[in-house]
Ligand binder design. Structure first.
Ligand SMILES: [Zn+2]
Length: 160
C-alpha cells in the first residue's frame, strides 16, 4: 500500500513541474532560480544606483548633484542598451527628466492633491515634485491595497 501512495505522490509532483510544491494554505511554492541571467549587468546597475544614492546623501554642498546624476544617466543608458528591466520600486526613485535619485527632503517634496469637486478620498493623488520641477503622480486613493507584482506577499520561495 505504501508503495502505491508513493507512486501517486510522485505523479502529482511531476504534474506540478520541477520541484514545485503546494503548501497546506494552497500557495504554490517555487524553488528559487539557480542562476541569474545577465548577472554582470544586474550587478553594474545595482552598483550605479547605490553609488548615485550615496553621492546624493553625502554631497550636500553640490546643489546640482552633477556626479550623482551622471551615474544615474549611465544606469539609464545601460538599462536601455541591455534591455534589463528595473523593479518598479527602483524605477519610481529615478527622475525621468534630470536623473536625480528621489530622496524625500533632499531632492523631492511630496504632498497629497485632491482636484475633485467633492473631495472624496478616492481621488487623492500623491504628487512628488523633483528639484528640477517635474513631478510624478500616484493615484493611490482609488485602490489603497494596490501592490505591484514584486511587492505582493504571496510570492513565496521555498526554503532550502
Ligand atoms: Zn528631476
Amino acid at each position: 500500500m505504501a508503495g502505491r501512495s508513493g507512486k501517486k505522490e510522485s505523479k502529482q509532483n511531476a504534474k506540478q513541474g520541477k520541484g514545485s510544491k503546494i503548501n497546506d494554505k494552497g500557495v504554490l511554492l517555487v524553488p528559487p532560480p539557480k542562476s541569474i541571467p545577465n548577472k554582470d549587468h544586474m550587478q553594474r546597475l545595482n552598483y550605479l544606483f547605490q553609488l548615485s544614492t550615496f553621492h546624493t546623501m553625502v554631497g550636500a554642498q553640490d546643489k546640482s548633484q552633477a556626479l550623482s546624476r551622471m551615474y544615474m544617466k549611465n544606469l539609464d543608458l545601460i538599462q536601455k542598451k541591455t534591455k534589463t528591466a528595473l523593479t518598479p520600486g527602483m524605477k519610481r526613485q529615478i527622475c525621468k527628466e534630470c536623473h536625480r535619485v528621489q530622496i524625500p527632503w533632499r531632492t523631492v517634496t511630496s504632498f497629497i492633491a485632491n482636484e475633485s469637486k467633492k473631495k472624496t478620498t478616492q481621488n487623492q493623488v500623491l504628487v512628488l515634485t523633483c528639484q528640477c520641477g517635474s513631478s510624478k503622480r500616484f493615484p493611490f486613493g482609488r485602490n489603497r491595497e494596490y501592490r505591484t507584482h514584486v511587492e505582493k506577499d504571496n510570492l513565496v520561495y521555498m526554503q532550502k
